[in-house]
Design a protein around this ligand. Structure first.
Ligand SMILES: Nc1ncnc2c1ncn2[C@@H]1O[C@H](COP(=O)(O)OP(=O)(O)OP(=O)(O)O)[C@@H](O)[C@H]1O
Length: 765
């Protein structure tokens, strides 16, 4: 059904502005839309599987005929036939207008897969015997290459394992094989994983393998680089490296750099200290001491000064951070060669997972420890290297054969996770990367269900369409834990979060994701709104000070002023003496502008804050502070999209409060929840698999991220290649179905489909 009654008018989906679909969808749920024929309540279907249509709420499968379409009278000008009502452009008459369709609905598209599926069973191992036979009998199968990777235990070995090719299976079987078949003492083996979770998963799998005792499994030296090397440090200097001296929390580290920043005259709330710490971590992980750093930008120059101070303060107070665990061990081995020798003799075999994400200090540690035996087994996939911003360097994987002479290489290219259609899509995407070992994944089966690209109008509709799709699938028997919604950066998940929070579906997300409305820039704008509603909101006053270029110490002056002059905190701003006539003048004008916000509709109010209260200038200034991943201006554009459904700032503030509370609640619940839809960044999804995967925002600027496009324009193609790998990682998480979302508008502007998808269309049409 294309037509319905809404706000006393007959509306037609083909003519309605596309941006109004979402509102119509929501009003349908409130019972405000009725059938054009029978008068029953109808709702708008906004999903992926079918084009938008009205359906009867009480009986979804019964549809009435649309009324006969009448031609518009030729005398009236087209525009005269419409009336604006509540921001909606509605036809004046109760007849349907058959004008040119204004909507640009684009039907979801199944990617046609050119390469037909040919069932090519991977070679079975020629003649497995000994422990391998036992594994087979226990139901753990291997193909020829997997078995080769398991049983080639002597000398350096590089296992290039594509996505879903069973590298976890191979690593665990190899460990078991060495212990049972080759009688290697478990404590001669070092097994390094990227996360503690992966190490636990490996142990869990090992317990299920034949011939192993839990005593043996527990004697293996396994864990992350940090956990293993920290134990070594503790063993040699328990006092210095005691856990109580560890800066466990980000805020502890931030406190030190902030203190250093104050000495440099940097503002606490204004300077991007989180990013500064990330940069310091990157320098540390690439073994660049403070005096060795060569800053490339003015921002890096400031961070380099903070780095110097940070290290000095830590040393003076006898505290250390996580990065120091690896650097400390590296220095221990360099300064005390006899200890290095001791550990070289202690370990015979090294198994390193996720080798593509190894950084310099980790690499150097393994290199020096394995000098005696060269028994290093590196497992990795250069196509899944996505942590360069943290100092990871896939070139260690690419140059492994050179660095470890006599390396044997095994390529695992059978994908056991996903059907042919998904594997082919992933192959096509990643083939465009220049810097990689060329390899093509082969699927084991085809599903005849193609990955889909769908085209929501914007982020809001994207969230609605995905939720509809999930609900449909759950009604057909799927479980919430079968779904993952993946995105490039956390801010991109706002609309999906809001839609899920309003539904009864269980979902969970990473613990460190702050609510969109708590983001620094967003909080700043909302604080102006809060002040317009309550002129004594002291939290809001504190939050707006940075954007007025006032120090936090001004807060105390304002408190005093408001008592002395018996005025509100907001009014007190007009009495602040900054010593700059221009600034004082601005503060005087500010009070009335802030007051006027309470009666301004949210979108205009945001613009007022930007233009009349100088927020745009503030963002521009902060934009120079080196943050290349998250721009303040993007947050404000996101806020405008989020604010669209609200007619007053009071409503918007209530919504923001509610969403922040939901964020805390979901995080608290999430820890205990296993059966839930997963909301995750692509980075965090690595190594995991889900039946149904939705990838948000497959548009330029999101994937690939804007900053990588900037780098590309400036002649550096590396970040763009990493972005392509990110899409590859996202796509290869899907075990059955994959949906790529290409919103037509993002952050209020027309968006272009991700350049990474153009090859799919070319190849697959
Ligand atoms: N030889 C095999 N036969 C059948 N199934 C297999 C085989 N090898 C691996 N699998 C299955 O394939 C899936 C993917 O394996 P695994 O999770 O070990 O892949 P991975 O290489 O670690 O993936 P990624 O790097 O993409 O995270 C798992 O469900 C695993 O049980």
């Amino acid at each position: 059904m294309k037509t319905a009654f809404y706000k006393n008018s007959l509306i037609n989906l083909d003519i309605l502005n596309r941006e109004d679909y979402q509102k119509l969808y929501e009003d349908g749920k409130k019972g405000l839309v009725t059938c054009s024929s029978c008068g029953e309540q109808v709702r708008l279907y906004l999903g992926i599987q079918r084009p938008p249509t009205f359906y009867h709420h009480l009986d979804r499968n019964s549809f009435c005929d649309d009324p006969l379409v009448e031609s518009p009278s030729g005398s009236e000008e087209e525009e005269d036939q419409y009336v604006e009502r509540d921001g909606f452009r509605l036809p004046k008459s109760r007849n349907i207008i058959t004008a040119e369709p204004k909507a640009s609905y684009k039907t979801a598209q199944a990617l046609k897969i050119l390469q037909p599926f040919t069932k090519q069973k991977p070679n079975s191992p020629k003649q497995s015997n000994g422990y391998m036979k036992q594994l087979y009998r226990a139901g753990v199968q291997f193909d020829e290459n997997q078995e080769k990777a398991v049983t080639s235990t002597q000398g350096p070995l590089l296992i290039l394992a594509g996505a879903g090719s069973g590298k976890t299976r191979v690593l665990t079987a190899r460990t078991a094989y060495m212990l049972v078949e080759q009688n290697i003492a478990p404590n001669r083996l070092m097994l390094v994983t990227f996360t503690a979770k992966a190490a636990a998963e490996m142990k869990k799998r090992l317990i299920g393998y034949p011939g192993l005792t839990s005593g043996q499994i527990n004697s293996i030296v396994s864990g992350t680089f940090h956990s293993i090397f920290y134990k070594i440090l503790l063993h040699h200097d328990r006092e210095r490296w005691s856990g109580e001296h560890l800066l466990k929390k980000d805020w502890q580290r931030e406190q030190i750099v902030k203190e250093a920043g104050r000495k440099l005259g940097l503002d606490d709330k204004e300077f991007a200290y989180d990013l500064a710490l990330q940069q310091i971590g990157l320098w540390k992980n690439t073994l660049q001491a403070p005096q060795q750093v060569t800053p490339e930008t003015a921002w890096e120059e400031k961070v380099a000064l903070l780095y110097k101070d940070y290290e000095k303060v830590k040393a003076n107070n006898g505290v250390f951070d996580f990065d120091d665990m690896l650097i400390g061990c590296y220095q221990l081995f360099i300064n005390q060669p006899h200890l290095l020798e001791q550990y070289q003799n202690r370990f015979d075999y090294f198994l390193i997972d996720e080798f593509q994400d190894i950084n310099k200090v980790q690499y150097e540690l393994i290199k020096m420890l394995s000098l005696r035996t060269h028994n290093v087994c590196a497992v990795g996939d250069d196509d899944q290297s996505i942590y360069a911003f943290r100092g990871s360097d896939p070139s260690y994987l690419l140059k492994f054969e050179k660095e470890f002479p006599g390396t044997k290489m095994v390529i695992l290219n059978q994908n056991y996770r996903s059907p042919h259609e998904i594997v082919e899509t992933a192959n096509t995407i990643i083939a465009a990367n220049q810097q990689r070992h060329k390899k093509e994944m082969k699927a084991q089966y085809a599903l005849s269900v193609q990955p889909m690209i769908f085209y929501p109008y914007d982020e809001e509709e994207e969230a609605t369409m995905i939720l509809t799709d999930i609900q449909e699938k759950i009604e057909n028997g799927a479980k919430p834990e079968n779904f993952a919604i993946l995105f490039r950066t956390n801010t991109a998940s706002r609309a999906v979060f809001e839609r899920l929070a309003a539904s009864s579906l269980p979902f969970k997300m990473d613990q460190d994701v702050e609510s969109f409305y708590e983001r620094f820039m967003v909080r700043g704008v909302l604080s102006f709104f809060r002040l317009s509603l309550n002129e004594d909101d002291s939290e809001a006053i504190k939050n707006i000070l940075p954007s007025l270029f006032l120090k936090q110490s001004v807060f105390r002056d304002l408190q005093a002023e408001s008592i002395l002059k018996d005025c509100s905190m907001l009014e007190a701003l007009s009495h602040v003496k900054t010593g700059f006539a221009f600034q004082e003048q601005k503060l005087k004008k500010l009070v009335n502008i802030v007051r006027s916000l309470s009666s301004t509709p949210p979108l205009q109010a945001i613009e007022k804050v930007e233009k009349e209260l100088g927020y745009q200038d503030f963002i521009k200034k902060r934009g120079n502070e080196g943050n290349k991943l998250e721009k303040g201006s993007d947050d404000i554009r996101d806020l405008k999209v989020a604010a669209r459904p609200f007619s007053t700032i009071m409503e918007l503030i209530e919504h923001a409060n509610h969403m922040s509370a939901m964020n805390r609640e979901i995080k608290a619940l999430g820890k205990k929840m296993d059966n839930a839809i997963i909301l995750s960044t692509i980075h965090r999804s690595k190594g995991l698999e889900y039946q149904n995967v939705y990838v948000l925002g497959a548009v330029d600027g999101s994937i690939p991220h804007d900053f990588s496009l900037d780098s590309y324009r400036n002649g550096d193609p590396q970040p763009l290649e990493e972005e392509r790998r990110l899409l590859y990682v996202a796509v290869t998480r899907a075990m059955e179905r994959l949906y790529l979302s290409v919103p037509q508008y993002r952050r209020g502007r027309k968006a272009n489909p991700s350049r990474f998808l153009s090859i799919l269309k070319k190849e697959h049409k």
